[in-house]
Design a protein around this ligand. Structure first.
Ligand SMILES: Nc1ncnc2c1ncn2[C@@H]1O[C@H](COP(=O)(O)OP(=O)(O)O)[C@@H](O)[C@H]1O
Ligand SMILES: [Mg+2]
Length: 384
């Protein structure tokens, strides 16, 4: 995204804060400052973004620097952020306590601008190389599916990809497999050139990552789109063999893959559902849709899918519903993973302007629910 790297400073002494801020801003970093750990933690909880680095004082009102770091380390969302502790004197006892709490480095409050620059750069490079190794391991795949059309499968897949990308500050790949009504490119205002249909009748059993990259389109939000074939007649050409060709190199493109699997049980879709880490089963709060979801769960179980990876998501595509979430959960005999509220105005605007919903109305309750879902998915699934 080419943005400035973001450093958060937590420091109650105005003089130290002023000095650090001046140096870091001159070095080209974006800086946010807090005089209390409590307010810094609130910011970290609420925002979709996390800073690249935190510099924190030890002695502060309300909570000391050690307790502050412990809180950061205990939250899945913030635990990876490198932290530098500021000490007034080089007290060994403080250093040990800080390291035990999870600090990455120490700096004296009297640090010189040059030393500050070196230490900050060293920590930022270290945490970036850790991010790169993340993208080289196998990706997580979340597939959005429904047996019924028009319940928001594409809307959720597109905006969930953006939400994950923003939350973790990484690239995500959106794979359009809703072949009979592919609309991801339209929602993102991107024009596909090459698509996986060019792999039909491929004579070999593997393709190069560079070939797959010729099909991928970059969007300004940090997501990458692997588009569906442009013509409806080409949909049938995307078979399971193509999925097998695409799957291995796709893992190299982004650490998270979100699939819009549309609303048909075709062989290629089933082979993606089988390999997915989670299936977001989308439904609207009305009987026909709940029944379709029930049927889908039954088929997933017959196919031997782990029930834990099926996550029902209720999307309120109309203003009022007689079906409560409790009733839906009861009917499905499953817990509802997320609820997306109703908002036609911005969905229609988003489509008409070719701007993703999450960009157009980032503060709406729909965007908040999608971001929460992104958080729940990535936090819960890092463990296994
Ligand atoms: N939460 C919502 N509130 C209001 N309208 C929605 C919501 N989610 C989706 N829509 C609208 O419902 C329609 C179908 O959405 P779409 O994502 O194309 O569904 P699908 O891919 O399942 O066919 C679109 O016009 C979309 O703007
Ligand atoms: Mg769709």
């Amino acid at each position: 995204m080419g943005e400035k790297q973001h450093i958060m400073i937590v420091e109650d002494s105005e003089i130290t804060l002023y000095k650090l801020k001046a140096i870091l801003i001159r070095l080209g970093y974006a800086v946010t400052a807090y005089d209390r750990p409590g307010t810094a933690l609130e910011w970290l909880k609420e925002k979709n973004e996390i800073p690249d680095l935190i510099i924190s004082d030890v002695v502060m009102p309300g909570m000391d620097g050690f307790a502050f770091i412990k809180q950061i380390r205990s939250d899945e969302k913030t635990k990876q952020i490198p932290v530098i502790l500021l000490t007034s004197q080089t007290d060994l006892k403080d250093k040990v306590a800080g390291l035990e709490a999870g600090a990455d480095d120490y700096l004296s409050k009297t640090v010189s601008p040059t030393e500050l620059e070196l230490r900050v750069k060293a920590l930022l490079t270290r945490s970036q190389s850790e991010n790169i190794s993340l993208s080289q391991s196998a990706s997580k795949t979340f597939t959005v599916f429904s047996l019924r059309g028009g319940v928001g499968t594409t809307s959720i897949a597109v905006n969930l990809s953006i939400a994950i990308s923003q939350l973790l500050g990484i690239e995500t790949c959106l794979w359009d497999m809703a072949l009979s009504s592919s609309q991801c490119a339209l929602m993102l205002n991107l024009k596909p050139k090459n698509t996986p249909v060019s792999l039909a009748e491929w004579p070999e059993t593997a393709i190069e990552e560079s070939l797959l990259r010729t099909m991928i389109l970059d969007h300004e939000t940090g997501i990458k789109l692997l588009p569906a074939p442009q013509f409806f007649e080409e949909a049938d050409l995307i078979n399971k063999q193509i999925i097998d060709l695409v799957w291995p190199p796709l893992q190299m493109i982004a650490p998270y893959i979100i699939v819009d699997a549309g609303n048909h049980f075709t062989d290629p879709v089933i082979s993606i559902l089988e390999r997915s880490d989670a299936i977001l089963l989308l439904l609207a709060p009305e009987l026909a849709s709940v029944n379709a979801a029930y049927q889908a769960v039954r088929i997933f179980e017959e196919m031997g899918f782990d029930r834990k990876k099926i996550l029902p998501v209720v999307n309120e595509i109309f203003p009022r519903s007689s079906l409560t979430t409790e009733k839906i959960a009861e009917g499905l005999k499953m817990e509802i993973f997320a609820i997306i509220p109703f908002d036609t105005i911005n969905f229609v605007r988003a489509i008409n302007q070719g701007i993703p919903y999450l960009m157009l109305a980032p503060k709406s309750s729909v965007s908040t629910s999608i971001s929460k879902m992104a958080y729940k998915l990535t936090a819960a699934r890092k463990e296994d």
